[in-house]
Design a protein around this ligand. Structure first.
Ligand code: UDP
Length: 345
């Protein structure tokens, strides 16, 4: 049994991580500033309210507690927003990570699993992206995560920090039976927006661009269930026991689905028609991102359980059609972006 500090454990992926670790017998503590996460999503472990941009609050969090490892999910993570608010992204994702790593070093916590992203690759030069693909991010979000990856590699060499960067492709799905799912005050992600349109919330959803160099002109993404991401984190912890250094793995199902295909699949799952309208391209979006996760499967022994798109969407549909009372009801898809700009950092 280990004691894991989950930074960002009140958020979407972090809350699923807390459930996963607790179920397998580890103990968890959540560190979160509750800026975008939810107190009610913390159903496993104690909450420490702290902010990665406040080294003092991090110092208090680590003092008097012993963590075997840290999992770091706390970040700004919206591609479009990162283009309009780059300072926030570099501050939270780079400076915040650095503050966390320094607190870990002061308190002799020598291993971390870091949430990275397919956005570190930029516009892919291959149909399927493996770990050796060139890293050339095209938006501040991807750039900020790549900077943090570099810091982790340098820390391995200088201080012996053990780290595993897990580059998620498109996290999706929910565990409605455990009372957790994607609950953003301002929703920008495709699957939640499609499902909200299916529920008749707001008017039509928008499809951002249909003139990409993809089979149907809309962007292609590789959707991976949040519970499978949690499994990979747990495996990474074990891997680092025997393997020093800085590591990175891509996590996806290896199959790409276009925006139009996601809308069609969500229509089948929900049995509802999904109104959508075509809109301009969203700044910062690459045409296609599909993972090769061969390394994670071979080295970590990762075995995703949710390999088909329909069950992933079905789990999200169950969550969105009857969300808990605490889940925010974001503005309808198609709402003016100005409504998004006032959200706290
Ligand atoms: N997308 C869309 N309409 C929406 C939300 C997303 O057309 O309401 C598109 C978006 O432009 C991208 C894909 O869906 O091509 C996946 O976007 P998402 O925000 O879910 O994830 P990202 O790939 O940005 O991490």
């Amino acid at each position: 049994m280990r004691h894991i500090l989950i930074c960002g454990g009140a958020g979407y992926i972090g809350s699923h991580m807390a459930q996963y670790l607790t179920e397998r017998g580890d103990s968890v503590t959540v560190l979160d500033n509750l800026s975008t996460g939810h107190r009610d999503a913390i159903r496993w472990g104690e909450l420490i309210e702290a902010d990665l941009l406040s080294p003092e609050s991090l110092e208090r969090a680590f003092t008097g507690r012993r963590f075997d490892a840290v999992m770091h999910f706390a970040a700004r993570s919206l591609v479009g927003e990162s283009v309009s608010q780059p300072y926030d992204y570099y501050a939270n994702n780079v400076t915040g990570t650095l503050n966390l790593l320094q607190a870990m070093r002061r308190h002799d916590v020598d291993r971390i699993v870091f949430s990275s992203t397919a956005a570190v690759f930029g516009n892919p030069q291959a149909d399927v992206i493996d770990e050796d693909h060139p890293k050339a991010p095209i938006n501040p979000y991807g750039a900020s995560k790549l900077m943090a990856e570099r810091i982790l590699a340098d820390a391995a060499a200088a201080y012996g920090l053990r780290s595993t960067c897990l580059r998620y492709f498109n996290a999706a799905g929910a565990l409605p039976d455990h009372g957790i799912g994607e609950a953003h005050a301002c929703e920008t992600h495709l699957i939640p927006n499609v499902l909200r349109a299916a529920l008749g919330i707001g008017s039509a959803m928008r499809v951002f661009g249909d003139d990409y160099a993809t089979p149907d002109g809309t962007c292609v993404r590789d959707y991976v269930h949040v519970q499978d991401l949690a499994q990979a984190h747990a495996l990474a912890l074990c891997y680092m026991d025997d393997t020093p250094g800085a590591h990175a793995f891509n996590l996806g199902n290896g199959r790409g689905f276009s925006v139009r295909e996601v809308i069609a699949a969500a229509g089948s799952v929900s049995g509802r028609s999904i109104p959508f309208e075509l809109a301009e391209r969203r700044p910062g979006d690459p045409a296609s991102l599909v993972a090769s996760s061969a390394r994670a499967r071979e080295v970590l022994g990762w075995q995703p359980q949710w390999t088909e798109l329909a069950p992933i969407i079905e789990s999200a549909w169950q969550w969105h059609r009857s969300p808990p009372a605490w889940s925010p009801q974001p503005p309808a898809p198609g709402m003016a972006p100005a409504a998004m700009d006032v959200l706290p950092a």
